[in-house]
Design a protein around this ligand. Structure first.
Ligand SMILES: [Zn+2]
Length: 207
């Protein structure tokens, strides 16, 4: 889950319980999800589906689904930026280049990542569960584990795109949701500000 400072948006990378937190704490926030997430909401939500593993989203929150292909429907307010770097599909969330939502499929339907500009020319790539270990994208030698991905071939393609972007863009820090290495590197956790730390990490990368 990514809360965007100064706005009422919550962007959720995907619907797994360890990524949605408690949106009911932000009843006025608009929840932004990938378009294909709708299939999970239709079929896998408990208690409508007693076998469902997805928690119902609070009814108070407005949900908006990002369509990467068709800006005329639910996501008409997002500017399509496709391709963005090595990724085929993305949107500019506010139309000002500060936050991009990137289609990063494979882990589960509708999985999205987020690129935030934290300073002039400096970015963080909040990957969610695009992959789960740093070695998968840096240096990119480790194959991802089939068990963690609903569509393994698509996930492998997505990880290759991340590895390529990471090689190309030195002024970017990738953060996987479960990347323990970042904690060992002193990454501040919410609600602390990540920007100063991320700029330091970029400076290190450029050396
Ligand atoms: Zn997940």
């Amino acid at each position: 889950m990514h809360l965007t400072e100064g706005t009422s948006d919550i962007q959720i990378s995907h619907l797994h319980w360890d990524h949605i937190g408690d949106p009911s704490l932000f009843p006025n926030a608009e929840i932004i999800l990938g378009e294909e997430t709708q299939t999970m909401l239709a079929n896998r939500v408990y208690p409508a589906n007693p076998e469902g593993t997805i928690t119902e989203l609070p009814k108070a929150n407005k949900c908006t689904f990002v369509s990467f292909d068709d800006p005329s429907e639910s996501s008409k307010r997002f500017k399509i930026i496709s391709p963005l770097g090595t990724f085929a599909r993305a949107v500019d969330l506010f139309g000002d280049g500060s936050v991009y939502l990137v289609d990063t499929p494979g882990h589960c339907p509708g999985h999205m990542s987020c690129i935030a500009r934290i300073a002039e020319g400096t970015f963080v790539f909040l990957a969610g569960d695009l992959c789960h270990l740093r070695e998968a994208y840096d240096p990119g030698t480790r194959l991802i584990n089939r068990k963690m991905y609903e569509d393994i071939e698509t996930a492998r393609d997505t990880v290759r795109r991340l590895a390529a972007l990471n090689r190309e863009v030195a002024s970017m820090v990738v953060i996987l949701a479960h990347e323990v290495d970042r904690l060992q590197e002193g990454m501040p956790l919410f609600p602390k500000d990540i920007r100063e730390w991320a700029i330091e990490m970029v400076e290190k990368r450029k050396k």
